[in-house]
Design a protein around this ligand. Structure first.
Ligand SMILES: C[S@@+](CC[C@H](N)C(=O)[O-])C[C@H]1O[C@@H](n2cnc3c(N)ncnc32)[C@H](O)[C@@H]1O
Length: 177
């Protein structure tokens, strides 16, 4: 074990412990994640996700990777836009979240152009230059080595492709005027 630490919510934990703690949280909330998301954001996450789709410039026939896609909100929207000529991969490290996502998309009738992949954002199991669009919504904060994950995303993104990271942060005020 090393002495290196990292953030886990407002806590500081050992680097080696973070993935296990993140997994525990999402295994336990998977069944009620969508309800919690609506309650905790007052439904605003839906607006942010719609903006993400618009900014992605996604088109019919595109190949899309939704990393840390959880219960599949973005995947469902992408799936409708890329149509039968396109593909959307819903990737998440957590099998409980993926299972809820798969059931939900099946209930919505969205399955034909969607693939599911249990994958760690740090070690994406896809060939180089595979995707036109990659998103990671409220997921990067959960990843232990964010640089490693971003490099992995860049590797699988096609040249000229678009990566969108949807995340919370504290605004920084510049004093250099
Ligand atoms: C807050 S949820 C976001 C779900 C979805 N993107 C949304 O916006 O509703 C975070 C997701 O990140 C996933 N996750 C955490 N660490 C991950 C990793 N290293 N690689 C891939 N997914 C990860 C969790 O399992 C969880 O489903």
């Amino acid at each position: 074990m090393s002495d290196k630490t990292t953030h886990f919510g407002y806590k500081t934990v050992k680097v080696e412990e973070k993935a296990g703690k993140v997994a525990e949280v999402f295994h336990s909330v998977a069944g009620k994640y969508d309800l919690m998301n609506d309650l905790m954001s007052g439904g605003v996450h839906r607006l942010w996700k719609r903006m993400t789709i618009e900014m992605s410039g996604v088109r019919r026939g595109d190949t899309v990777l939704d990393i840390a896609g959880g219960t599949g909100d973005l995947t469902a929207k992408f799936s409708r836009i890329v149509g039968p000529e396109g593909t959307v991969v819903l990737a998440d490290i957590n099998d409980s979240m993926l299972r809820v996502g798969r059931d939900r998309l099946t209930d919505l009738g969205i399955v034909n152009n969607v693939k599911f992949s249990q994958a760690d954002a740090q070690y994406l199991p896809f060939p180089d230059n595979s995707f036109d669009v990659i998103t990671i919504a409220f997921g990067l904060r959960n990843v232990t080595d964010k640089d490693l994950a971003l490099r992995s995303m860049l590797r699988v993104l096609k040249p000229g492709g678009r990566l969108l990271v949807l995340e919370f942060s504290s605004p920084v005020q510049s004093s250099s005027i």
